[in-house]
Design a protein around this ligand. Structure first.
Ligand SMILES: O=P(O)(O)OC[C@H]1O[C@H](OP(=O)(O)OP(=O)(O)O)[C@H](O)[C@@H]1O
Ligand SMILES: NC(=O)CC[C@H](N)C(=O)O
Ligand SMILES: [Mg+2]
Length: 503
């Protein structure tokens, strides 16, 4: 899940985009990039690493201009090399830069057509580079020295006809303006904000509203599924529905784990959704286990805290912080390899023994995906002297791959895939395991003014809203993107780099 941001302002945007990326850092820790434009010239800095490491003072000074876009990356396609950091750039037509959150499900077919028919060159295996080239190819049909707003929207209509999958995009056309668009199902989030300046209105697009809050922009609305917006350099906003409005099905995993709790996505407060997840989980525990013997509810920091507070309150059991998190270690789940993920859990979390000693503890997490966190945490709780260790997940079992921008490509790596809840409990070592029901999760995220009635629940249900996901697609994805396949590619990459240096 990447984070994207774009700003058209009346003063330099470099620091503002940097600040926005720091609050979107939880969406991608592998690479970061910013591109700005000043008097028709582009300034780009991108590299692997966290925002604070990628941009030094000298880079910031060089990022001139009142318009720009930024990206933090968590790879879901291609590889994790710096060459695939975003934003991407193509010089023809007009000069276009693009940052993408999501995953195209027909990227390889598109790449073939781009090379064979559109005569375009692709330099990486990134699906985002494919998306940029589809946009460039369609925009080159405009045929005029400067694309009109109508040309931009008609190019986007063609992009929607060609591209499948999940995508929220910010793009910048040199000397012209900022484009934002979102896939026809609205799987990936994109929100529009506005701020008044002495010289006129300023606009911002971002993955999450928290980035608007930080910069003093007011949340105007979410970009609608299949809609495109264009803001020219003078600060005029244009919007058009470019793909037939389908059913809006935002990714439910944003509410479970990805988004910050202080964000509002599709008019749904992530914080409130997580509170309701806690309420419904507590109700289920009460229903199926009325004579439980839980002494204390303990969250697994960070994301599960909101739900855990509610579980404790509704069950009338005390809440205790039993794990202390090292604030300098990032999110484990979005780290690239299993070895790194497993090591990080232990170095990230430590126990306060006295909260466990002699007690029956109920540990709460927002989700169990590979089981990396839960298995280690349960061991820690036992070592700390817990009598019984129960575990509850605020989300249902994750049994199916995600193909829309979350890197869960291989069913075989998901601890609940093909297993019953009892089997998962045995594997992670829990005395009892309780999962949220999917209908309850959906209820927790819905509310009457949100205008969202359905969600992309594919990793829980195996139902893919784009309708193009076949067993052979999933088999190919697994063979290309499992941890094992990625590690093999990294080795080859390392060797090839050595070979180049040796020459
Ligand atoms: O079953 P797993 O494969 O371990 O994945 C699930 C865990 O990963 C995430 O935590 P993470 O450390 O990434 O982030 P957080 O600090 O926001 O909870 C999530 O909150 C779960 O704790
Ligand atoms: N997590 C994402 O949104 C990833 C975007 C894009 N597919 C990439 O791998 O760079
Ligand atoms: Mg966690």
């Amino acid at each position: 899940m990447c984070g994207i941001v774009g700003i058209v302002g009346h003063s330099p945007v470099n620091q503002q985009i940097y600040d926005a990326l720091t609050v979107l850092q939880h969406r991608g820790q592998d690479a970061a990039g910013i591109v700005t434009c000043h008097e028709g010239e582009l300034f780009l800095r991108k590299q692997n690493g966290l925002v604070r490491d990628v941009f030094q003072h000298r880079h910031m000074l060089a990022l001139k201009g009142n318009i720009g876009i930024g990206h933090v990356r968590y790879p879901t396609a291609g590889c994790d090399s710096a060459s695939e950091a975003q934003p991407f750039f193509v010089n023809s037509p007009y000069g276009i830069c693009l940052g993408h959150n999501g995953n195209l499900t027909n990227a390889s077919e598109l790449a073939e057509v781009l090379i064979r028919e559109d005569r375009r060159h692709l330099n990486t295996s990134s699906d985002s580079e494919v998306l940029l080239n589809v946009l460039a190819s369609e925009l080159s049909q405009a045929g005029s020295p400067r694309a009109s707003v109508a040309d931009i929207f008609s190019a986007l209509q063609a992009v929607y006809r060609r591209c499948r999958g999940g995508f929220a995009v910010v793009a910048m056309i040199v000397g012209h303006g900022l484009v934002g668009f979102r896939d026809p199902h609205g799987i990936r989030p994109l929100v529009l904000g506005k701020r008044e300046h002495a010289d006129g209105s300023e606009y911002m697009l971002a993955s999450e509203s928290v980035a608007l809050d930080m910069l003093g922009f007011t949340r105007v609305r979410d970009v609608a599924p299949g809609e495109a917006v264009f803001i020219d350099e003078q600060g005029r906003l244009y919007a058009q529905q470019c793909a037939p409005a389908g059913t809006s099905t935002p990714c439910i995993f944003e509410y479970v784990y990805f988004a910050r709790p202080d964000s509002i996505i599709d008019n749904i407060s992530v914080h409130k959704a997580r509170l309701r997840m806690g309420d419904l989980l507590a109700e289920k525990i009460r229903r199926i286990w009325p004579d439980h013997d839980i002494d204390v509810v303990i969250p697994i920091p960070d994301t599960s805290r909101t739900a855990a507070v509610q579980v404790s309150q509704l069950l009338g059991i005390k809440y205790r912080e039993g794990f202390v998190k090292n604030r300098y270690i990032g999110r484990t789940f979005i780290m690239p390899g299993q070895e790194q993920r497993a090591k990080s859990v232990r170095s990230k979390l430590n126990v306060i023994d006295l909260e466990f000693r002699g007690k029956n503890v109920l540990l709460i997490d927002d989700s169990i995906v590979r089981g990396t966190t839960s298995a280690q945490i349960i061991d820690l709780a036992r070592e700390a002297g817990a009598r019984r260790v129960y575990f509850a997940s605020a989300a249902p079992p994750v049994r199916y791959p995600n193909v829309y921008g979350i890197d869960m490509p291989a069913a075989s790596e998901l601890v609940a895939s093909g297993r019953t809840e009892e089997e998962v409990a045995r594997i992670i070592g829990a005395d009892r395991l309780i999962y949220q029901d999917l209908t309850d999760l959906v209820h927790a995220c819905q509310h009457h003014d949100s205008q969202v009635h359905e969600f992309d629940t594919s990793c829980f249900s195996g139902e893919y809203v784009t309708g193009d996901i076949t067993p052979s697609y999933l088999a190919r994805l697994e063979s290309e993107r499992s941890d094992q396949a990625k590690e093999k590619r990294r080795q080859v990459h390392r060797h090839s780099l050595k070979a180049i240096r040796a020459v």
